[in-house]
Design a binder for this molecule. Sequence first.
Ligand SMILES: Nc1nc2c(ncn2[C@@H]2O[C@H](COP(=O)(O)OP(=O)(O)OP(=O)(O)O)[C@@H](O)[C@H]2O)c(=O)[nH]1
Length: 411
Amino acid sequence: MEIVILVVVIAVIALVAISGLVVTGRRKKAAETQQPGTSESTTEAPTRTVEPKVGEETEAPPEGARRTIEEVGLPEAEEAEAPATAEAATAAPEIETPAPTAGRLVRLRDRLSRSQNSLGKGLLTLLSREHLDEETWEEVEDTLLTADVGVGPTQELVEQLRERVKVLGTRTPDELRGLLREELLKLVGTDLDRTVHTEPGAEAAAVDRPGVVLVVGVNGTGKTTTTGKLARVLVADGKSVVLGAADTFRAAAADQLETWGTRVGARTVRGPEAGDPASVAFDAVKQGTEAGADVVLIDTAGRLHTKTGLMDELGKVKRVVEKQGPVDEVLLVLDATTGQNGLVQARVFAEVVDITGIVLTKLDGTAKGGIVVAVQRELGVPVKLVGLGEGADDLAPFEPEAFVDALVREA
Ligand SMILES: Nc1nc2c(ncn2[C@@H]2O[C@H](COP(=O)(O)OP(=O)(O)OP(=O)(O)O)[C@@H](O)[C@H]2O)c(=O)[nH]1
C-alpha cells in the first residue's frame, strides 16, 4: 500500500514538472515572436530616415523618394537622370556671374545710410536748433569726434559750418542739409585718385606682365574676403584673375581664398602650410604671367602691426614680388568698427609697405563713418573700396558723393 502511495506521489510530481517546462517553453517562443514586433519599429526607422529633416531642403532626395517616381511609372526618366547626376558630381562647380560693379555704392546706400544714420542725423538735429550757442557747437564737435572724424578735420568742419551758418542767417532744413553735404564732401575729398590700379604700369608693355595687387592688414579685418570680392569685381569687368594665397599661417585661409576663386573661375596658387609666404607670392605672379592673366591678387596673412618680425616678413613679400616687376597696388584693409585703432595700424603698415589704397570693411556695422576722413588724412592715401556686408558682392568702389549723400540723407 505504501508503495502504491509512493508511486502516485512520484507520478504527480513528474506531471507538475513536465507541465512547468511546457509553459516556460511557450513563454520563450512568445518572447521570440515579439522580436519581429521590435524589428517592426526598426523597419519603421528607415522610413523615418527618408523623411526630410528641418533644413534638409537642399539635400539630394533620399533613395526612398526616387522609388516613388518609379512607382508612378517614370523609370526611363530616372534612368536618364542617373548618369546626369553622376556627371554633376564630378563636373566643375558652376561659375557664378558677379553683379555689375557700377553704382554699387548707390545700390547699397540704404544699408549705408541706416548704419551711418547717427552721424548725419545727429548733426542735422543739432544744426536745426533755433539758437546755435557755444554749447551746441561743442555738441557738433563731439558728434564728429565720436564718429571718428579725427580732431583736425573736426575743428576744420566746425569752423566752416559756424562761418557759413552765420552768413546764412535763418536756416531751412534743406539749406542745412546742403551746407553739411558740401562741407563733408570737402573733408572726404573729391579729387583723389580712387582707381584700384589693377593694370600693370607703363613699363610692363615690354614685359607683358599682369597687374599685381597686394592685400595687407591686421588679423580679421577682412583681407581674404576682400580679395575674393575684388576677384569677382574684376571677373565681372571681364578680366582674368590669378589668386595668390600668401597666408600660409592658416590652411583655412588658403581654402577660403580658393573657394572664392573657384566661384568665379579664378585659379589659386598656394604653397605648403607654414611655408614661405614670399615664395607663394612670387609663384603666383610667375604663374599669372605665364598664364597671361590680367591681374594677380595676393592675399597675405593677418599680422599685428606691433610684431616687428611679422612686419619685416611682409616687407620681404613685397620685395620678392618686385623682383618680377612693381606691385601696382598695395591695399590696406581696415576694419571700420575698430575706429581710431585703425589709424595706428595704418601708420605702421605704411612704413613697411607703401600703401596706395585703403579698403574700409564692415562699414555696415558701424555708425562711425568718419574714419574715412581720418585715415585719408593720416596716410594721405585715399579710401578706394568699402565693404558693406558679408555678401559676395558687398564690396563697392568708394564714391565720395554717394557716401556723403548717405550720411546726410533723410531717414
Ligand atoms: N559685416 C561685414 N563683415 C565683413 C566684411 N568684410 C569681411 N567681413 C567678415 O569679417 C570676417 C573676417 O574676414 P576675413 O576675410 O577672414 O579676414 P582676414 O583679414 O582675411 O582674416 P585673417 O586671415 O585671420 O587675418 C569674416 O566673417 C567676413 O565675412 C564687411 O564689409 N562687412
